[in-house]
Write a protein that binds this ligand. Structure first.
Ligand code: SF4
Ligand code: SF4
Length: 217
């Protein structure tokens, strides 16, 4: 899974950090590094910007995977510099922020917007592939998710706006249902399109409140 992030505008970060004079910066060596939003070079850029804005950066680190429990060990190893800070700036996705807050009594400020779960389809271009709906239908759609790839999240084939294989929202966006059709055709599974998908039960999605699962060993 890759969590796709973008940097918040520095003005927004500055506003969140108003009153915070000393900052410790945490980046992430996995998704945020891949997105060029929270890897070593972005952390060092941020350090420079914060210092230019009059903040003291008490230290920084790029943890291997910010949402992983090893973040606790990394914070402990750097406890002196973290303790000196008034707050932590997390250059991680929201999962990283919510992991860091478990292991510090310092306020934690996100510097990234967490956008979606996605894949890099061409270098430097990321596309959403799954909204984690809790009831996967990829078996019926040739492994292409209509919930996120179709602008209308249609489940029973295309709308009338598909033109030359592109979605009506933009000539740069492939029509998900054209992709699904083409792949089902190539697989010899076009009969799957004859099945009417009923109205979706969204209770498995985040609309039903925070989801939880217990996995027994
Ligand atoms: S159907 Fe649901 S679980 Fe499957 S890819 Fe789409 S959003 Fe993700
Ligand atoms: S053109 Fe295709 S992708 Fe766009 S909304 Fe219609 S069916 Fe969905």
């Amino acid at each position: 899974m890759k969590t796709i992030t973008e940097q918040k505008p520095f003005e927004e970060i500055s506003e969140a950090l108003s009153g915070v004079e000393k900052v410790y910066v945490v980046g992430c060596g996995t998704c945020a590094t891949m997105c060029h939003t929270g890897g070593k070079s972005e952390v060092l850029d941020m350090k420079e910007k914060l210092e230019a804005a009059g903040k003291k950066v008490t230290g920084w680190m790029v943890v291997p995977t910010a949402c992983d429990e090893l973040t606790r060990d990394a914070l402990e190893e750097n406890a002196k510099d973290v303790e000196e800070a008034d707050g932590i700036l997390a250059m991680t996705c929201a999962f990283g922020v919510q992991t860091i807050i478990l292991y510090t009594n310092k306020p934690v400020y996100p510097s990234l917007n967490t956008l979606f779960v996605g894949k890099e389809d061409t270098p430097g271009h990321f596309i959403e592939v799954c909204m984690q709906c809790g009831n996967c239908i990829l078996a019926k759609t040739a492994g292409i998710c209509p919930l996120v790839r179709c602008a209308k999240s249609l489940l029973n084939g295309p709308c009338g706006g598909s033109v030359d294989g592109k979605c009506e929202i933009s000539p740069d966006v492939p029509c998900a249902w054209q992709m699904i059709y083409d792949r089902l055709a190539a697989l010899g599974q076009l009969d799957k399109l004859e099945e009417i998908v009923p109205i979706r039960d969204w209770s498995t999605s985040s609309a039903g409140g925070p989801r939880q699962v217990t996995i027994s060993g």
